[in-house]
Design a protein around this ligand. Structure first.
Ligand code: MBD
Ligand code: FE
Length: 261
């Protein structure tokens, strides 16, 4: 018997709405049994390749972000993507990168602040940062690459500030040998690139967790991200200081209780 808890009701409502939405598409496009079978086979290959999170994030994560951004004040959220991992090491100064990557990627100084919606500094916030290697892999996700490559956790100081050195990421080619890339490139006629990006997750008790990304102004694919994840607020102007490029990230965290009316 199904239980009538708010969660169970919500699950029923959303799942049945998804099913009805898909049924409408099948009817209006008169999808055949062979086409339906091909779709079932396709989804099996996605699961076998371990690409279920990738496929869903490519098409749907940006919509969840739209919903979240409409609900909360504070900095704009962005898609998380499939490669966030808990437990990155705390770093004081420098994020570990692959030896040799300095030859392909210039240094990047990431610095900024965490504040509340009144402008008061938020001390001791946890800032997770992650980005890919020069050849487009994420630490802890691909080919046994150690977790700490391109990843670290920082804490904001008493004034809400933080700073860390790393290497500037390059545009990212999502795995295109598998079924997700095949769908994008072969069947939908799109490319499967993301602009160079740095991911952030900022957390502090009492505040709504913020997951976001930054992109670099004028970079390749900023205008054609295959994951539809770019918004103007997330694109940062290029600034250099003493030869290093600076990425200035000033986060505003919404209270955990706050909702836009
Ligand atoms: C990524 O690195 C990413 O950030 C997203 C959203 C999807 C696939 C790969
Ligand atoms: Fe990414």
């Amino acid at each position: 018997m199904s239980q009538s808890t708010p969660e169970a009701d919500r699950t029923t409502t959303v799942v049945m709405a998804v099913v009805e939405g898909v049924r409408d598409v099948l009817r209006s496009h008169e999808v055949s049994f062979d086409e339906y079978r091909a779709a079932v086979r396709y989804l099996m290959t996605v699961a076998e390749a371990g690409e279920t999170p990738l496929l869903l994030d490519v098409f749907l994560n940006s919509t969840i972000v739209e919903i979240e951004n409409a609900q909360a004040q504070g900095s704009k959220a962005a898609i998380e993507g499939p490669y966030y991992r808990e437990g990155a090491p705390l770093v004081e100064e420098r994020i570990a990168n692959l030896p040799g990557d300095e030859q392909h990627q210039p240094p990047l100084l990431v610095r900024g602040s965490v504040r509340d919606t009144e402008g008061k500094p938020v001390a001791d916030a946890e800032i997770d940062i992650w980005h890919s290697t020069a050849d487009g892999r994420y630490g802890g996700c691909h080919d046994g690459l150690p977790l700490e490559i391109g990843r670290g956790r920082l804490r904001s100081d008493a004034q809400g500030r933080f700073e860390v050195r790393t290497l500037k990421p390059v545009p990212y080619h999502i795995p295109n040998q598998g079924p997700t890339g095949e769908l994008l490139e072969k069947h939908l006629g799109q490319h499967s690139w993301r602009p160079a990006h740095v991911h952030f997750k900022v957390r502090k008790e009492g505040f709504r967790p913020l997951t976001t990304q930054s992109y670099f102004e004028g970079g390749d694919y900023v205008d054609s991200d295959c994951c539809n994840g770019v918004a103007p607020e997330l694109v940062h102007p290029r600034r250099t200081e003493d030869g290093a490029e600076i990425l200035q990230m000033d986060f505003v965290l919404a209270s955990a209780l706050q909702r836009v009316a």
